[in-house]
Design a protein around this ligand. Structure first.
Ligand code: UGA
Length: 432
């Protein structure tokens, strides 16, 4: 099929590259001309395993980049909207980019079009897109607006796109249903065809449920610490029950990233506008916002006075296998440590460049190329992301390089007994 993908952010770029890889002719439209230049040369502005290879393979063959929505709309019967829906001041999703795109589509519509919402958007946005196109397009144009949310995770986005657990299609016409089912005909997973409202509610429900699981297990971790229990053993044991499942029951520094925190806040507002006070979700949100403070408290309990202490930090991104630092715990924890006049020694396998834009190198903030250099002379090591490489680190060497071997492990990557045997004063989450 001839497809247009509007927006070359995380979702748009992965969608465009993967559809091209599957043999469709894809035009990816992005208003940032610098980004387009970069993509045309075959480099991606984000770190996502496998994505650059697919881009390089398909560029100029099945995959084209442009800044012009007009080109894409005229050539493609199917148009995916993948633009950002950032949080506004009230916590709702800000849809100004979606509206702008809808107007531009309307101005260039030249025959039947299926416009598909892929960004995470409120439950009534398809009605507004529909109205906007009716208002700004020539009379008599035919089009449908559908919803087809994505469920990909950063760090495993290609795999999630190519082998999804399910495909959700929200449509209001048989024509739209047929086009989307044809597009995904080679995917063997479960396909759910429903109306657009339900489709978008599925997307939000999935994300807020995942956030709920994380805040739930973090609360259990707090209790575990107080009573001498082990949260990991609890998670393993309850996770065996297939009604519960083990995934997303890893206690830690709280959920971050561009989706879960934003979607929880936006859904509280969606519920409010439906007249529902979603109290549990409000509590999940509040608890998660405060989670980084708990880590700072642990650091203070271990070191007492932070002034002039050298604190090494491993992991700056919101999770492993990505350089994305949006809503990462590191962004909230580091300013608090600096406010107490600690000196920070940072190491991350890929997120350093992104982090430097917010925390430039200074006397108090230094970056290191290896984890071993970062801990040299440190009074405490704080782990904020569970990269596989951190788990394989030589802990004897780490202990030898530090002034005092203290570890605050915000992701439970080491076995406590082993750490204590190596001579570490070891603090983790919900384990003794
Ligand atoms: C999330 C969802 O998992 C995807 O299904 C969804 O498509 C995506 O949002 C989206 O809406 O676009 P993502 O933001 O890439 O994906 O990250 P997750 O893997 O969900 O992790 C979110 C946060 O939860 C991270 O900070 C992670 O460290 C944390 N987490 C995750 C935990 O603290 N404990 C866990 O057990 C699992």
């Amino acid at each position: 099929m001839n497809l247009s993908i509007i927006g070359a952010g995380y979702v748009g770029l992965v969608t465009a590259c993967c559809f091209a890889e599957l043999g469709h002719k894809v035009k990816c439209i992005e208003k940032d001309s610098e980004k387009v230049k970069m993509l045309k040369k075959g480099s991606i502005p984000i770190y996502e395993p496998g994505l650059e290879e697919i881009l390089k393979k398909n560029i100029g063959k099945n995959l084209f980049f442009t800044t012009s929505i007009a080109d894409g709309v005229k050539e493609s019967p199917v148009i995916f909207i993948c633009v950002g829906t950032p949080q506004d001041r009230r916590g709702s999703a800000d849809l100004f980019q979606v509206e702008e795109v809808a107007r531009e589509i309307a101005r260039n519509i030249n025959g039947y079009k299926l416009i598909v919402e892929k960004s995470t958007v409120p439950l009534d946005s398809h009605i507004w897109i529909n109205k906007t196109i009716q208002r700004f397009a020539k009379k008599g144009v035919t089009f449908d607006v559908a919803s087809n949310p994505e469920f990909l995770k950063e760090g495993s986005a290609i795999e999630d796109f190519m082998k999804p657990d399910r495909i959700v299609i929200g449509v209001s016409s048989e024509r739209a249903k047929k086009i989307l089912l044809d597009l995904y005909s080679n995917f063997k997973c479960k396909k759910i065809v429903t109306n657009p409202q339900t489709s978008k509610l599925i997307k939000y429900s999935a994300n807020i449920f995942l956030a709920t699981k994380i805040s739930f297990i973090n609360n259990i971790a707090d209790i575990s610490e107080k009573v001498g229990a082990d949260v990991n053993v609890v998670a393993d044991a309850i996770g065996v029950d297939e009604r519960i499942g083990r995934a997303f029951l890893n206690a830690g520094v709280g959920y971050g990233g561009s989706c879960l925190p934003k979607d929880v806040k936006a859904f509280i507002k969606i519920a409010e506008s439906a007249g529902i006070d979603f109290k549990i979700l409000k509590e999940i949100d509040r608890y998660n916002d405060e989670r980084p403070l708990m880590i700072v408290k642990k650091v203070k309990e271990a070191l007492w006075i932070l002034k002039d202490k050298e604190i090494a930090i491993f992991g700056l991104s919101f999770k492993p296998n990505t350089d994305d630092i949006r809503e990462a715990a590191s962004l909230k924890i580091i300013p608090q440590l600096l406010a107490e006049n600690a000196r920070i020694r940072l190491y991350d396998p890929v997120a350093e460049l992104q982090f430097r834009k917010i925390f430039p190198e200074s006397e108090a903030v230094r970056y290191f190329k290896t984890p071993y250099e970062a801990v040299e002379g440190a009074h405490l090591l704080l782990i904020l992301t569970e990269w596989e490489d951190f788990k394989k680190i030589d802990i004897n060497k780490i202990a030898g390089l530090m002034v005092i071997p203290i570890v605050v492990d915000g992701r439970n990557i080491f076995p406590p007994a082993k750490m204590k045997k190596t001579g570490f004063e070891y603090y983790s989450i919900g384990r003794v």
